[in-house]
Structure formats: structure tokens, C-alpha cells
Design a protein around this ligand. Structure first.
Ligand code: ZN
Length: 257
């Protein structure tokens, strides 16, 4: 089976956020509980993990994902990499380093933040091992070819991806023309809509709606969501082709008949 699983749909604080009071109604809806943004793409037994959020371990346990073959890091903000230490479990299981695909400037961050993943340790010491690679234009995962391209998140370049007629854009404030071309003819677009108010480094609600309607995917799911959004109330105000992503959402990646 080929599918994309939304591991986390939340902004960098997560939802609920620490130190905030919420109404019982808000908390009662499981879709208002958002871990930090990440997805996994599965084809047969193989899996490409996209980002390692602080809740990565819990996300993979929740979705019963027992195998990760490679990791794509879209960018190195803390909410996208702070789960990387837990990759050690897969290194121990496979006996090899985890291939990490990242842009050169993000590889430097990973080396700085997780230096012990590149050092030699005596056998028996459990540390993660990473092998860093530049992000290729196409990533193979089972029978899927995943196209990669660049978008802007403030001044940070972030990797966007498209697999068949589904695209994923976490953390974006500007879609350059080359990326815009890759986002035509989509069945599903997953798009950053961080909060209600404008944000310098993210699409906010109004901008994300505008971009979603302009790109015209059959279905657009907003992601990287703050607590501004009550899932059900927000969906009621959106056109039917725009929905809110939620943790655990599964999107099939089969070729349409
Ligand atoms: Zn970010």
C-alpha cells in the first residue's frame, strides 16, 4: 500500500500549548490535539520519514510504524528535528546509520546539534548514527518517486515535496515560480496555515485560503496549525475543498484508475 500519514499537524508550540487555558469543548475534540509537524510516506514495507518532531517517538508508536528507511529534513527549526535522537532505535535494529537527506546548511546544523551521532563509540553504547546526503531532485521510496523542490519560509529555504498528485508544503511564506509549476494538477495539497494573524515566516489563514484557491487542488489540507483553529468550527467556515489536517490523517497515494 502507498500512503501518506500525517504524524503531526501542529505549529511549533504544539496544541494544546503549555500554560494556556482552553475550553472543555476545545479539548474534547481529539482533532484539536496537534503534535509538531511531520509526515511519513509509505510504499509497501518502505518508509520515508519527513522531519523528526519532538513527538516523533510517540507519533510513530501511535501509527504503529516500525520501520523507517530514510529521513528527509525540510529545514532545521527545532520543531522539525528535536526527535532525531530517537532514530537510534532504527539504527540499532538495522545495524546501520540512518540516511538523512537535508540541504547543505541544514546538514551543518545537524552536525552541530547532534555531534555524537558522527563520533566513534565503543560497541554497546546506544547512540544514533546519521549519514548525511544532499536532497536529490527525486527520492525513491518503494515504488514511489518523490519530487523535491524549494520554497521559502522567511529567509530559510525549505524542502517541499510532491509524490504523484499529492504535495506537502510545511513552513512556507513564499512559493517561487519553479515550485508553483510543480503544484499544478494536484488531488491533494497539504499547506501551511499557521494562525489567523499574518506571520512573517508562514502563510496565515487568509493567505493560505487565497493560495489554496489559486492552486486549485481538489482538496487542500491546512497544517502547521496553532490553537487559533477549533477543528470543527474552522471547517464550517471553509469552502468544502479546504479542510484542516489532523494527527493521524491518512492520504492514499495509489494511482487513480
Ligand atoms: Zn520552521
Amino acid at each position: 500500500m502507498n500512503q501518506l500519514i500525517m504524524l503531526g499537524s501542529g505549529t511549533s508550540n504544539g496544541v494544546p500549548s503549555l500554560g494556556v487555558d482552553y475550553s472543555p469543548d476545545f479539548l474534547a475534540n481529539p482533532k484539536n490535539h496537534r503534535t509538531r509537524s511531520s509526515i511519513v510516506i509509505q510504499s509497501g514495507d518502505e518508509a520515508l520519514l519527513v522531519d523528526c518532531s519532538p513527538e516523533m517517538r510517540l507519533q510513530l508508536l501511535r501509527e504503529q510504524i516500525k520501520r523507517v528507511d530514510q529521513v528527509l529534513i525540510t529545514h532545521t527549526h527545532a520543531d522539525h528535528i528535536m526527535g532525531m535522537d530517537d532514530l537510534r532505535a532504527f539504527c540499532l535494529k538495522s545495524g546501520r546509520a540512518m540516511p538523512i537527506l537535508a540541504r547543505p546548511e541544514h546538514q551543518a546544523d545537524i552536525r552541530r546539534i547532534f555531534p555524537y551521532a558522527f563520533e566513534d563509540f565503543p560497541p554497546g553504547i546506544e547512540v544514533p548514527r546519521y549519514e548525511l546526503y544532499d536532497v536529490p531532485p527525486q527520492i525513491r521510496c518503494g515504488e514511489l518517486e518523490i519530487d523535491t523542490f524549494e520554497v521559502l519560509h522567511g529567509k530559510t529555504t525549505v524542502v517541499g515535496l510532491r509524490v504523484r498528485d499529492v504535495a506537502y508544503l510545511t513552513d512556507v511564506s513564499e512559493i517561487p515560480p519553479t515550485a508553483w509549476e510543480r503544484l499544478q494538477g494536484l488531488r491533494v495539497l497539504i499547506l501551511d496555515a499557521v494562525r489567523r494573524k499574518p506571520h512573517r515566516n508562514h502563510f496565515h489563514f487568509d493567505k493560505a485560503v487565497e493560495v489554496a484557491l489559486e492552486l486549485g487542488a481538489e482538496k487542500t489540507y491546512f497544517t502547521h496549525l496553532s490553537h487559533d483553529y477549533d477543528h470543527d468550527l474552522t471547517e464550517a467556515e471553509l469552502p468544502s475543498q479546504i479542510r484542516l489536517a489532523y494527527d493521524g490523517l491518512r492520504i492514499p497515494l495509489e494511482l487513480s484508475a
